[in-house]
Structure formats: C-alpha cells, structure tokens
Write a protein that binds this ligand. Structure first.
Ligand code: GSH
Length: 220
C-alpha cells in the first residue's frame, strides 16, 4: 500500500479490556484524539488467546497490546506511545524539557519494568496459590519507591502540570493495585494523582469498564 494510504488507515489495537498495558495505549490514542479499531484478545478464554499461533505471529511475546499502525506492527506499550507521540499532533506525551522527559521515562519504566511485569498473568499463574500476596508485595514495593519520587516531580500530574506518559502508566497500575486489594490510601500522592486523572475524559473513555470486550457484569 502507498505510504500516504497507510497513514490514513485507522490503527488497530489488539488488546484486552482489563490489560493495563492495553489501557495505556487506549489512553494515548484518546489523548491524541486518534480513532482506532480494537480487536479483542481474551487472555483467559480458551486457555488464553494470546498463546495461539496466529497471535504469536503478530506478537511473538504472546502479550497484549499489539498495534498495527502505518504499515508496521508494534508491541510494547511504551514504544507504541512514543511512536504515536512522535508521529501524531495533539498534546505532547513526553515533555520538551530533557530533565522532565527523563523523569517521565523514569516513572514510566518504574511501572512498566519494575512493577507490572511481576504481577502479569503469566507470572502469577506460575506462582499459584500465593499469587495475591506475591502481587501485593511487589506492587507495594514499587509504590513505596514511586510515592517519594512523585512527591518531588508532581504538580497537577505526575511530572509538573502537563499530562504525560507517566500518567498514562500510573492510572492502569493503580487499577491493578486495587484489583489485588492493595490499600492505595497508604500512598497519598499516588492516590491524589489517580483521582485527578480519572476525571479526565481520555482516561474515562478508555477505562476497562467500557470497552467493546468488557463483559456485561463488569460494565459501568
Ligand atoms: N512490556 C509489555 C508488557 C505486556 C504485558 O505484560 N501484557 C499483559 C497484559 S497487561 C499480557 O498480555 N499478559 C498475558 C500473559 O501473561 O499471558 C508492554 O508494555 O506492552
């Protein structure tokens, strides 16, 4: 397909309503005002649709999200968010100031590399009966590090007063923490930021409670 036609085609998000990494990408699309199509990949049904051969061909890591955009298929939500930021107009998701940009990346990585992978489905399936305590432990450990950092970097949002990739990572991680019954009230800055961000339309419309594949009993 000609490059200009590829850029006109809507991106396709292969994701799952409750996946925090898919939610990150949905927030980024919403903040930028980008229309996209969703193809649900049910992580539970049939033993996990992410483990099928057709999906493995799309994302060999057998995880969501995978995004088809501009003629390429990208996995890794932070790579997708940064690609969207670099190629689409709308509010910046990474600040222009190098120090602030580094802080956004630091916070995003703390969540995306230091917290979420330890409570990811495939990991906790291996942990077995202890999975809730395991997940609580690692989320609390991460939040204990995140709280003092956010106290220093935050204004209205995670880094200053502009919404960034750090906010995009924070809200879905707090959602996960609440699913695992972590007391987020122990972390007042995290709690305050989460509450503020959840009032924003892009975070609301991308919420797991209102996606095409959200089961009726979990719909808000
Ligand atoms: N680093 C990846 C992580 C992706 C990831 O862990 N996805 C989870 C859902 S949030 C998944 O697909 N889990 C399926 C499994 O563990 O089998 C990203 O940021 O996209």
């Amino acid at each position: 397909m000609h490059l200009s036609l590829l850029c006109l085609a809507k991106p396709v998000l292969h994701g799952y309503f409750r996946s925090s990494c898919s939610w990150r990408v949905r927030i980024a699309f919403a903040l930028k005002g980008i229309e996209y199509d969703q193809v649900p990949v049910n992580l539970i049904k049939d033993g996990g649709q992410q483990l099928t051969e057709p999906y493995k061909a799309l994302n060999p890591m057998q995880q969501v999200p995978a995004v088809e955009i501009d003629g390429v298929t990208l996995s890794q939500s932070l790579a997708v968010i940064q690609y969207i930021d670099e190629t689409r107009s709308g509010p910046r998701l990474l600040p222009a100031d190098p120090k602030k940009r580094a802080q956004v990346r630091m916070i995003s990585d703390m969540i995306a590399s230091g917290i979420q992978p330890l409570q990811n489905l495939h990991v906790i399936q291996k942990i077995g009966a202890e999975k809730v305590q395991w997940s609580q432990y690692f989320i609390n450990r991460g939040f204990q590090a995140l709280e003092p950092i956010l106290k220093q970097t935050a204004g209205k949002y995670c880094v200053g007063d502009e919404i960034s990739m750090a906010d995009i990572c924070l809200v879905p991680q707090v959602f996960n923490a609440e699913r695992f019954k972590v007391d987020v009230g122990q972390y007042p800055t995290i709690q305050r930021l989460n509450q503020t961000l959840l009032e924003i339309e892009a975070f609301k419309e991308s919420h797991p409670s209102c996606q095409p594949d959200t089961p009726p009993d979990l719909r808000a």
